[in-house]
Design a protein around this ligand. Structure first.
Ligand code: NAG
Ligand code: NAG
Ligand code: NAG
Ligand code: NAG
Ligand code: NAG
Ligand code: NAG
Length: 561
């Protein structure tokens, strides 16, 4: 038996990391905190601002190391910038199922100094120099897996036999063993019934959440009780040893078709869920998601909820592809679920259902957010932005460099063609896109003709050419999935990979981001360094060195279509 003191410590450790109070998938009613649960989106949260200040101390040091040891830049070119200014880097990983998770995983590992070879023939140290990391759908499975597992590395995961074991399809994790398959489903259905019994609407996305957690956690039990807000109190996050993770979904409003200029982008970060888009323009605390609020107030001091923000549920909300019309898998699974769970909603079974924290709080321009008792979330890509650059090009976050990883399936053979980036570029000119700024980009035909889908390209190289945008955007480095050592254009709905395929996808992603381990361009790390310091140089009125000018000649889009 555990000594009582130790037991208490263990229990305390759980509660202090905002583990679900029921120690299961079902949320619980708790005493409301003495803070407001909803706020307007006029500024970054104080929690984020404080956190970024702490992270900046670390990224400054790491960027200094990257520039010193991985580039051929002379320290006189950046030393004063690091001392007098702050350079913020944001990373953005697209959706695309396991293809995006694994390709993105390889790309991320090429920036991660913990990866074997990333320092010697890659961009190792850039991950350590980054402030923000956003993921959408499959890209968020990557970001979420790391964030919910103590910021473990992709290299570590790729040899783990629990996390990212993709040998069996998500809907039949027991494989050919039907009894085991049944046991998984039985367990999930029990979890979901417990959530329903506690007073919450449930849907297919809850099953999806439990299935995803089983693959993305050390064990199914951990996945059931682990909450997204756990991240905010984990040591690795509070010590700012990882970038600020952001999960992206879209709001589904029944009468509005999901197009880039009508869709409200919802972000979930370790502290808050909400939107910068003027349509909603509000945030709520993630830890208390599930609480029924009216104009931001709970019914009484005991009616708040914790444990609703299950980590798998947040990832499932970002990757909910089931509401796409004519989705056979969604329809079939919904049928199974209707039989298994009495009283389950039939109208919204294919959406993630949240008690609406913004009910009657009317901050934004879209009335539905104030009128509906529920907030419905769907896959973050449905509004057209599959590479989630919105959170890292938000003017208020003032990033200087964004690396946009596009693992979309735009072409008939599952390669990207830049469509997401084009959609982002256009969105900023509509009312909904006003909080963001994005550099000029060419049409997708130019992406293909100029081979921007086979080699990295820089957008927004020259701030003096960007003054007509709402604010000076970061320089954007666009990096597309491409075939080096593995045919990484697998189908989005391929839900099963052998270990060999999994490792092949990851290695290929590493080669994509490192320009084939720096063999295609031994200057590549130097050029990314030039991109990182560009905005700070412009602010300080410093001319680029010849080395950087050459890089910009090689990598900047020249404005031709
Ligand atoms: C590139 O580097 C990675 C990581 O060090 C390694 O696994 C891979 O084999 C290398 N690829 C090539 C083509 O050398
Ligand atoms: C990356 O690792 C190398 C080799 O271990 C080290 O010299 C360098 O300082 C590290 N860079 C960062 C940013 O930590
Ligand atoms: C999390 O990772 C850090 C550093 O990698 C390690 O020191 C720590 O023990 C880990 N924490 C847990 C709870 O595993
Ligand atoms: C929240 O309000 C809805 C609609 O009024 C109600 O059905 C539900 O039981 C309430 N849920 C909780 C968790 O209080
Ligand atoms: C585009 O890149 C691919 C792969 O590197 C290469 O095979 C092809 O020749 C390039 N095409 C052009 C037009 O440069
Ligand atoms: C920026 O503007 C200058 C001067 O108008 C022009 O020569 C240059 O081509 C532009 N650069 C880009 C990348 O559009």
């Amino acid at each position: 038996m555990l000594p009582q003191k130790l037991l208490l410590q263990v229990l305390f450790a759980w509660t202090s990391v905002a583990w679900s109070p029921t120690n299961s998938y079902a949320p619980a009613y708790v005493t409301c905190p003495d803070v407001s649960l909803v706020r307007d989106a006029s500024k970054l949260s104080d929690s984020e601002t404080e956190w970024v200040a702490k992270r900046t101390e670390i990224t400054k040091k790491n960027l200094g190391l990257f520039l010193e040891y991985s580039t051929s830049l002379d320290s006189s070119e950046y030393q004063s910038l690091l001392e007098d200014d702050t350079i913020k880097i944001g990373l953005s990983f697209s959706g695309g199922g396991y293809r995006a998770m694994l390709s993105g995983g390889g790309q991320l590992s090429g920036l991660d100094n913990r990866t074997t070879g990333a320092f010697e023939h890659g961009l190792g140290g850039l991950l350590e120099s980054s402030t923000y990391i956003a993921g959408l759908s499959g890209g968020n499975w990557l970001v979420g897996t790391l964030a919910l597992n103590n910021w473990t590395s992709v290299e570590e995961i790729s040899t783990s036999d629990t996390i990212w074991n993709l040998n069996e399809p998500l809907y039949a994790l027991g494989g050919e063993n039907y009894i085991k398959d049944y046991e998984y489903w039985d367990e999930w259905i029990k979890d979901i019934k417990a959530k329903q019994k506690a007073g919450f609407e449930v849907s297919l996305i809850d099953v999806w959440a439990r299935a995803l957690s089983t693959v993305f956690s050390e064990s199914a039990e951990i996945g059931a009780a682990d909450t997204w807000s756990t991240i905010a109190s984990s040591d690795v996050f509070t010590n700012a040893q990882m970038p600020f993770p952001i999960s992206i979904s879209d709001a589904f409003i029944s009468l509005v078709e999901l197009t880039s200029t009508d869709t409200t982008i919802i972000e979930t970060n370790p502290f808050e869920l909400g939107s910068w888009d003027p349509t909603l323009d509000a945030f709520t605390l993630v830890q208390y998601l599930g609480s029924n609020l009216t104009d931001g107030e709970p019914y009484d001091s005991q009616s708040c909820v914790e444990g609703f923000d299950n980590g798998g549920f947040i990832m499932a909300s970002s990757s909910d592809v089931f509401n796409i019309p004519a989705d056979d898998l969604g329809e079939e699974l919904s049928g199974i679920l209707a039989n298994a769970i009495d009283g389950i909603t039939t109208t919204s079974v294919d959406k993630a259902i949240y008690p609406n924290p913004f009910y009657q709080s009317a901050y934004g321009t879209q009335d539905d957010f104030a009128n509906d008792k529920y907030l419905y979330l769907v896959d973050g890509s449905e509004g057209g932005e599959n590479v989630p650059v919105a959170p890292v090009t938000l003017t208020k976050r003032s990033t200087d460099l964004v690396l946009a990883f596009d693992n979309s399936a735009d072409t008939s053979d599952n390669w990207p063609n830049g469509a997401s980036i084009v959609s982002t570029y256009e969105r900023q000119f509509s009312a909904i896109g006003a909080p963001y700024s994005f550099p000029y980009v060419p049409p997708t035909s130019t992406f293909l003709a100029k081979n921007f889908t086979h080699r990295p390209v820089f957008f927004g190289c020259d701030a003096t050419n960007l003054t007509e945008l709402s604010s000076i955007p970061p320089l954007v480095v666009y990096i597309a999935n491409s075939d080096y050592s593995f045919a990484s254009n697998t189908k989005t709905l391929q839900l099963q990979y052998t270990d060999e395929q999994k490792l092949g996808m990851i290695q290929n992603g590493f080669e994509v981001v490192t320009r084939n381990n720096l063999t295609e361009d031994s200057n590549w790390a130097t050029c990314v360094g030039c991109a990182a310091i560009r905005r700070a140089q412009e602010r300080a009125g410093i001319e680029q060195s010849d080395v950087c000018q050459q890089c910009f000649t090689d990598y900047c889009w020249d404005g031709e279509v």
